[in-house]
Write a protein that binds this ligand. Structure first.
Ligand SMILES: Cc1cc2nc3c(=O)[nH]c(=O)nc-3n(C[C@H](O)[C@H](O)[C@H](O)COP(=O)(O)OP(=O)(O)OC[C@H]3O[C@@H](n4cnc5c(N)ncnc54)[C@H](O)[C@@H]3O)c2cc1C
Length: 350
C-alpha cells in the first residue's frame, strides 16, 4: 500500500518521505494527529476536496477526511484549463460564448435544500464576471439531452483559482438535480453570453437602486450589493425586497446583514416570508409576511424617478407579476412596476 502511494505521489509530482513511524507524507506537511491520520491542514484540504465540511470533528468526519485524502491521491481532480483565446468572449469573463469545461472541486451543504458548488479555474485566475451578469451552465436531463440554466456566482472576482455557485435543489428540477448528483472531479460546461450582461455597476445616472427578488433570485442582487459596499467612494442607496417561503429559506442572510452593517445606512434589506399572500404570523418573525407584491413595493422601494433603477430576479412568476418576462426588455403593461410608474429605463431584468 505504502509503495503504491509512494509511486503514485511521485507520478503526481510531489515528494513523499517516510516519517519516523515509517508512514509516507508530503515533504512539506507533517503527520501529528495519530499514527495513521494526516494532520489538520491535510485533513481540511481532503475534506474540502471531497465536499465535506471543515467543521466536522467526529470520528466519522475524520474517517471521511482520510477517505477523501486517499481518494484524491488515486483519483485526482482534473486541473482547469484556459479556453482558447481565439474564441469569442462577451466580456472580461473567463468563459467564452461557447461552453468551456472546468472541474467541480467541492460541494458543501448550505441548508436543507441548497448546496454550494465550487468549480476550479486555472491557478491565480479570476472569473472576472461583470457586475451584474450570470453564467450559463450546461446540465443534462434524464435522457442525456442538454439543459441550460443561468446561475450567478456568489463568490466575487477577488477570488482566484475557483468560483462558487449556490444552488437550490428542486425535487423535479432538471439541472439542479443533475448538479446535485455530480461527483467531485466531474467537468462541467459554462459559457457567458451578451444577453446575460445586465445593468452594469456603477449604474451610471442612478443614485437609488431597488432590488426585488425571490428565493435564489438573491444571487445577482448579492453580486451587486457586494460590489456596492466594497467599492471605496460608492454612494449608491439600496433597498432590497427579498421574498422567501419561510425564514429558513433565506439565503445569504448573514452576508446581507454584514452588507447593511458595512453600508453605514445606505443599504436597507426587507425580508418577506410566506407561501401564501395572507400568511399568518410566524412566532419570532418581525419582518414582512406574505408575498412580494404591489403594496410592499410601494411601501419599501424608492419611488419611480430617472435616477432610480429597479433590479428584478426570481422565478418566472415573479418576473411576470413585477415587470413581464425576463426575455422581453419592456416593462409589461399592467405589471406591478408598470402600474406604479416605473418605465423601461428604470427596470433591469436580471
Ligand atoms: C439571472 C438568474 C440567476 C440565477 N441564479 C441562480 C443561482 O445562483 N442559484 C440557483 O439555485 N438558481 C439560480 N437561478 C435559477 C436557475 O437558473 C434555475 O431556474 C433553477 O436552478 C431551476 O432549474 P432546474 O433545471 O433545476 O429546474 P427546471 O427543470 O427548470 O424546473 C422543474 C421544476 O422545478 C421547480 N422550480 C424550478 N425553478 C424554480 C424556482 N426558481 N423556484 C421554485 N421552483 C422552481 C418547479 O416546480 C419546476 O416546475 C437563476 C436564474 C436567473 C434568471
Amino acid at each position: 500500500m505504502l509503495a503504491a502511494v509512494s509511486l503514485f505521489a511521485t507520478v503526481q509530482g510531489f515528494a513523499l518521505t517516510p516519517n519516523a513511524a515509517g508512514i509516507s507524507q508530503r515533504s512539506s506537511l507533517s503527520f501529528s494527529a495519530g499514527p495513521m491520520l494526516p494532520d489538520v491542514p491535510v485533513m481540511k484540504r481532503a475534506m474540502s476536496l471531497s465536499g465535506g465540511s471543515t467543521t466536522m470533528a467526529t470520528k466519522g468526519g475524520k474517517r471521511q477526511a482520510v477517505k477523501g485524502f486517499f481518494k484524491n491521491l488515486f483519483f485526482p481532480i482534473p486541473k482547469a484549463t484556459a479556453p482558447d483565446a481565439a474564441l469569442e468572449f462577451a466580456s472580461t469573463c473567463f468563459f467564452p460564448t461557447d461552453f468551456h469545461n472546468v472541474p467541480l472541486i467541492a460541494v458543501k451543504d448550505y441548508n436543507y435544500d441548497t448546496k454550494v458548488f465550487t468549480f476550479g479555474l486555472p491557478e491565480g485566475v479570476s472569473l472576472d464576471l461583470p457586475v451584474c451578469a450570470c453564467l450559463l451552465v450546461q446540465g443534462f436531463d434524464e435522457s442525456g439531452e442538454p439543459a441550460i440554466r443561468p446561475y450567478t456566482p456568489t463568490s466575487s472576482n477577488t477570488q482566484k483559482g475557483s468560483f462558487e455557485l449556490m444552488v437550490k435543489i428542486y425535487e423535479k428540477g432538471v439541472v439542479s438535480q443533475w448538479l446535485n448528483n455530480l461527483k467531485v472531479g466531474t467537468l462541467v460546461g459554462f459559457k457567458h453570453i451578451k444577453f446575460n450582461i445586465k445593468a452594469q455597476y456603477p449604474f451610471a445616472g442612478k443614485t437609488k437602486i431597488n432590488m426585488i427578488c425571490g428565493g435564489t433570485g438573491i444571487t445577482p442582487m448579492y453580486q451587486a450589493l457586494h460590489k456596492i459596499v466594497n467599492t471605496a467612494g460608492d454612494n449608491l442607496n439600496v433597498t432590497l425586497l427579498c421574498g422567501n417561503r419561510s425564514p429558513s429559506d433565506i439565503l445569504l442572510r448573514k452576508e446581507l446583514d454584514a452588507a447593511v452593517e458595512k453600508s453605514g445606512g445606505r443599504v436597507k434589506v426587507v425580508h418577506v416570508v410566506g407561501d401564501k399572500p395572507d400568511m399568518p404570523a410566524i412566532p419570532g418573525w418581525t419582518g414582512e409576511l406574505g408575498w412580494v407584491d404591489e403594496d410592499k413595493v410601494k411601501t419599501h422601494c424608492f419611488a419611480p424617478a430617472p435616477d432610480v433603477l429597479t433590479l428584478v430576479c426570481g422565478v418566472p412568476g415573479l418576473y411576470d407579476v413585477m415587470c413581464g418576462p425576463r426575455t422581453e426588455p419592456e416593462v409589461k403593461a399592467g405589471s406591478v412596476l408598470d402600474k406604479l410608474g416605473y418605465t423601461m429605463d428604470m427596470v433591469g431584468k436580471m
